[in-house]
Design a protein around this ligand. Structure first.
Ligand SMILES: NC(=O)c1ccc[n+]([C@@H]2O[C@H](COP(=O)([O-])OP(=O)(O)OC[C@H]3O[C@@H](n4cnc5c(N)ncnc54)[C@H](OP(=O)(O)O)[C@@H]3O)[C@@H](O)[C@H]2O)c1
Length: 295
């Protein structure tokens, strides 16, 4: 029987792509802000009780890392409320109504000091408030051992047009592409290690995790590591545009005066790949798929 999946954050960069790619796969519930105030936990619980989803995918988050930093240690702040408080309420409601919960999380739970890609067994140690609030959210999810957490790294998608026809939040790859296709230069970090995931791969991974009601943490990323510079050069190569448009900068320089960012953000995907082969791809393949889809 088709699973009924409640998608929270269905208008966001990740959640909206899940909806686009999953409507033939799951029976989807996608309440908007108007339908359901997620920070009214009584309403949230009543909605879950009434709709009785088999699974809940939580893509809601306060994702602006720099404005989140201005709310450091503030448990009344929206960043804490959405990234931690809402997750606590969801864990309770999902357990009470026997729904599986897949919580989307981030590489920013790590401090970036490790010399190789992070595995699910590495100990988180966030260096900014966004990462801290996401980690607190994860801790709530661990209270129910049958639930899952998918940590993703720098998701990027080819097209993101919102329901009102405006362009959705720009990810780094659409920013690179937009500039390179107009022959405009881009400033790109040379000293950060990343494993950005093409969003369609992340969505397929979520479908697998939800289908199997997988427990515990999974790292969902590209199968290789790269620097932002390496990513931009590969994109320019596949677009057949001049690499001279790519100007080098450093992490500290780009984010001067902003919330600190981890230097090594790469996630090791072996655990997920053992579970399901062929879902995750390399950045070269991700860029190829991006360029095939972009309009
Ligand atoms: N984007 C990244 O680079 C990145 C990297 C690693 C991990 N992640 C994780 O991936 C997940 C999805 O991120 P994303 O980039 O897709 O986020 P996003 O584009 O910022 O979308 C956030 C979603 O949360 C909803 N939301 C925000 N405030 C809300 C509120 N007060 N009440 C109800 N809904 C609210 C938004 O609805 P509205 O559109 O109506 O505001 C939107 O649907 C998050 O867990 C994030 O931590 C993202």
């Amino acid at each position: 029987m088709t699973k009924k999946v409640l998608v929270l954050g269905a208008s966001g960069l990740v959640g909206s792509r899940f909806v686009e790619l999953s409507s033939n796969y799951f029976d989807l519930l996608t309440p908007s802000h108007q339908d359901l105030d997620l920070l009214n936990f009584e309403d949230l619980n009543a909605y879950i009780a009434e709709k009785a989803p088999d699974a809940i995918l939580n893509c809601v988050a306060y994702t602006n890392v720099d404005t989140a930093e201005l709310e450091r240690e503030d448990k009344q702040g929206l960043s804490y409320q959405l990234n931690s408080g809402l997750v606590e309420a969801l864990v309770k409601a999902a357990s009470e109504h026997s729904a599986y919960l897949l919580q989307v999380s981030t590489d920013f739970v790590f401090d970036g000091k490790k010399g190789s890609p992070y595995t699910e067994d590495d100990i988180p140690n966030p260096i900014n408030w966004y990462g801290q609030t996401k980690l607190i959210g994860e801790k709530f999810v661990h209270q129910e051992p049958s639930f899952g957490i998918a940590r993703i790294q720098m998701p990027y998608r080819a097209n993101f047009i919102k329901e009102d026809g405006t362009e959705g939040k720009k990810d780094f790859a659409r920013f690179f592409y937009g500039n390179l296709s107009l022959d405009k230069p881009i400033k790109v970090v040379t000293n950060q290690i990343i494993s950005p995931v093409f969003v369609d791969d992340a969505i397929r991974a979520f479908q697998v995790l939800i289908d199997r009601k997988e427990r515990g943490v999974f790292h969902i990323a590209s199968t290789n590591q790269i620097t932002p510079l390496g990513f931009a050069c590969e994109m320019a190569k596949q677009m057949h545009v001049s690499q001279e448009l790519i100007q080098e900068t450093t992490l500290d320089h780009l984010y001067q005066g902003k919330a600190p960012r981890p230097k090594n953000c790469a996630l090791n995907t072996r655990k997920f790949e053992t579970l399901s082969e062929g879902v995750l791809h390399s950045t070269t393949e991700g860029i190829k798929s991006f360029l095939q889809q972009v309009s």
